[in-house]
Design a protein around this ligand. Structure first.
Ligand SMILES: Cc1cc2nc3c(=O)[nH]c(=O)nc-3n(C[C@H](O)[C@H](O)[C@H](O)COP(=O)(O)OP(=O)(O)OC[C@H]3O[C@@H](n4cnc5c(N)ncnc54)[C@H](O)[C@@H]3O)c2cc1C
Length: 390
């Protein structure tokens, strides 16, 4: 990856090796059980922190390893390429999204309080935008925060509402919560972000939701019933939450795109290995023209997306990745991921439908990529808007 050269390609590859050994020892032997349990154990977060695999590009001043986006991408890539996205997805929300919201929008006190604990895996982060009635359209957010000065000298906020589909919902210790702070402001104005500690009275978690794929990822409803937070829990500027969300989205979408190309790479490798072994009509599947042509098409689709995502990573590292291009990256790569994984599964025949084969899990896991982080339809809309200027 181009971005790796920034901190030295050799250093990045050493980090990749170290991570690979961690995955072989701590993830691979347990992953199927976690998928059956529909959750990974909480202690995994502490192990990931101790290994140096959380918040890779958080500065040393806040307890982080002080790496850059290349290191963060290596983590994303390795979990995706090897088929452990249920764990990698939660890590990306924690490290690539939540920690950067705090870093880029937080007060010095908030950064000192949360970031070192997030790096260590002592504090697991989540972000809660989506509600039962508001996903693509955040204008529909009904969770609200009201000032309460009734206590002596108090300037607390009291939060009420509910969220759904929240990644890390069962394990999280802090949730960046999108809430309406100005009921009179139109649409998405009047929204603010709050750092809500999950041990506060009035906060509760719903059940761990059953999903089509990503089984080991905990995804939950969250409930806020008169949750009282201090003024210092406001993250960023009052009523400017939507602007903060829009500013952070290119990084989130680029991360999803990096994961998408890594999943394609992994799926193609499993398939190449399989078709060389599997026999039909007296020869390996790899000798059939259909297998060869289909693999050639899928490899080309993977490489095209890889090249575009590398270009986006370079733009991001220069601070120049705009929202429309990030949307193209997410749209193109996640749609391609689903096509490629489907094409690969086909070559496994019936075995491809068996969950013990990683390609079957990848098929189920991939489907969400076209929905979360902004659906493919919303990506098309954003791209068209930038093109047509309307
Ligand atoms: C496993 C999982 C993990 C998730 N993790 C998180 C998380 O950590 N935090 C969080 O806040 N959310 C999370 N989400 C929620 C996710 O981001 C939303 O599901 C997604 O944004 C879509 O919102 P929705 O489900 O309300 O669908 P809707 O917005 O109701 O959309 C339904 C359909 O209508 C289409 N549509 C909507 N508007 C338009 C339009 N203007 N033009 C064309 N088509 C349109 C959509 O593309 C979609 O096809 C997660 C979801 C899942 C399933």
């Amino acid at each position: 990856m181009n971005a790796a050269t920034e901190i030295g390609a050799e250093e990045v590859e050493m980090f990749r090796d170290m991570l690979g050994r961690f995955i072989d020892a701590e993830i691979a032997p347990h992953y199927e059980q976690w998928e059956r349990d529909e959750i990974a154990p909480r202690e995994l977060w502490n192990k990931l922190g101790a290994g140096g695999f959380l918040c890779a590009d958080i500065p040393e001043a806040y307890g982080g390893p002080g790496g850059n986006f290349a290191l963060s991408s290596v983590i994303n890539e390795e979990f995706s390429r090897r088929g452990y996205v249920s764990v990698g997805g939660g890590m990306a929300v924690h490290s690539d999204i939540v920690a950067h919201y705090v870093l880029n929008n937080g007060s010095e006190e908030q950064k000192q309080h949360y970031l070192p604990k997030m790096v260590a895996g002592e504090c697991v982060g989540a972000i809660a935008m989506t509600e039962p009635g508001a996903g693509s359209d955040l204008q529909g957010v009904r969770t609200n925060a009201k000032r309460d000065r009734s206590r002596d000298g108090g300037d607390d906020w009291v939060i009420n509402g509910s969220k759904t589909f929240i990644t890390n919902g069962q394990h999280c210790d802090v949730v960046i919560t999108v809430a309406r702070t100005d009921p009179d402001a139109p649409g998405s104005r009047g929204l603010s972000l709050f750092l809500v500690d999950t041990n506060l009275p009035g906060f509760s978690r719903g059940r761990n939701l059953e999903k089509l794929g990503m089984h080991a990822a905990d995804t939950s409803e969250l409930f806020y019933e008169d949750v009282r937070v201090p003024a210092g829990a406001l993250l960023g500027e009052l009523n400017r939450g939507f602007v903060a969300l829009m500013t952070e989205l290119p990084r989130e979408r680029l991360s999803l795109a990096i994961g998408a190309v890594a999943v394609m790479q992994g799926a193609l490798q499993w398939t190449v290995d399989y078709v060389k072994e599997r026999q039909a009509f007296g020869a390996p599947l790899s000798k059939l023209q259909n297998t060869r042509f289909k693999l050639a098409e899928m490899q080309t689709e993977y490489r095209l997306n890889r090249a575009f995502i590398n270009e986006c990573i370079d733009s991001f590292n220069r601070g120049e990745l705009d929202a429309a291009t990030a949307s193209m990256a997410k749209f193109s790569s996640t749609e391609a991921q689903c096509r490629v994984v489907d094409g690969c599964l086909q070559m496994f025949g019936g075995y491809g439908y068996m969950l013990e084969y990683p390609i079957a899990r990848a098929y189920a896991d991939s489907r969400i990529q076209r929905i979360y982080g902004g659906t493919s339809e919303i990506m098309r809309e954003l791209i068209a808007r930038s093109l047509l200027d309307q």
